[in-house]
Design a protein around this ligand. Structure first.
Ligand SMILES: *[C@@H]1O[C@H](CO)[C@@H](O)[C@H](O)[C@H]1NC(C)=O
Ligand SMILES: *[C@@H]1O[C@H](CO)[C@@H](O)[C@H](O)[C@H]1NC(C)=O
Ligand SMILES: *[C@@H]1O[C@H](CO)[C@@H](O)[C@H](O)[C@H]1NC(C)=O
Ligand SMILES: *[C@@H]1O[C@H](CO)[C@@H](O)[C@H](O)[C@H]1NC(C)=O
Ligand SMILES: *[C@@H]1O[C@H](CO)[C@@H](O)[C@H](O)[C@H]1NC(C)=O
Ligand SMILES: *[C@@H]1O[C@H](CO)[C@@H](O)[C@H](O)[C@H]1NC(C)=O
Length: 166
């Protein structure tokens, strides 16, 4: 238990916390992914991380842009933590990401502007995001969007959503 707990913390630090130790993303090379597939909150398919559920785990710090190196990621749930700083632009470039839940943190700044080509379910509620309401012109499959409880300005740009079945 002690060992796997240590590994789990290493994972959190490597993936999420953008500090000097994590900058090189140690442990997240293609070979290393398979080793962490059995860790709590991690789901893999053929050795690639496809889902990461680290919700409600008292995580602090910022989300590392390096999370985008998990390019097979289909679901990322970081809700109900104490994460702060910006949501990395790189999240919008994850080609397979279908569900993103960043709700109930202390994230701030503008929401990543465009991208999210595969997104279906996005929840960014209860943070301190600001700037214009996010729009998802590239998201043909977006069916659930919750941006409530932020500090976005203006209205939702409905023409930027009209492609989606929302
Ligand atoms: C994220 O996890 C929370 C539980 O902490 C759950 O309620 C929520 O539905 C999950 N979000 C998604 C998109 O699955
Ligand atoms: C969050 O975790 C706490 C204990 O760690 C638990 O009591 C609570 O039910 C969890 N909340 C959700 C929404 O999963
Ligand atoms: C978004 O997340 C918040 C907080 O975690 C939750 O209360 C809300 O039900 C979620 N919205 C949707 C549409 O699932
Ligand atoms: C949208 O969903 C359909 C049906 O599940 C799927 O075939 C298609 O690849 C999806 N589009 C994107 C951009 O992910
Ligand atoms: C929301 O934005 C307004 C105008 O930019 C600002 O005055 C206010 O302090 C912001 N509130 C929060 C909770 O960030
Ligand atoms: C709304 O979105 C459309 C399509 O992405 C864009 O052309 C337009 O400039 C946007 N309008 C505003 C007010 O941002």
């Amino acid at each position: 238990m002690g060992g796997s707990r240590w590994l789990f913390h290493f994972l959190l630090v490597s993936v999420l916390l953008h500090d000097s130790k994590a900058a090189g993303l140690i442990g997240w090379g293609p070979g290393a992914a398979a080793a962490c597939c059995s860790w709590t909150g991690v789901a893999c398919d053929l050795g690639r991380v496809v889902a990461l559920d680290l919700s409600n785990r008292s995580l602090h710090g910022v989300i590392s842009p390096a999370v985008a190196s998990l390019d097979g990621l289909a679901a990322l749930n970081l809700s109900r933590n104490a994460l702060c700083g910006a949501a990395p632009e790189a999240l919008a470039r994850l080609p397979m990401l279908r569900a993103l839940d960043l709700s109930a943190n202390a994230l701030s700044g503008p929401f990543p502007a465009a991208g999210f080509p595969a997104i279906e379910d996005l929840n960014s509620s209860f943070n301190s995001f600001d700037g214009p309401h996010p729009a998802f012109p590239a998201a043909a499959n977006l069916t659930a969007l919750d941006v409530s409880g932020n500090n976005f300005s203006g209205g939702i740009n409905s023409s930027a959503l009209c492609l989606s079945p929302l």
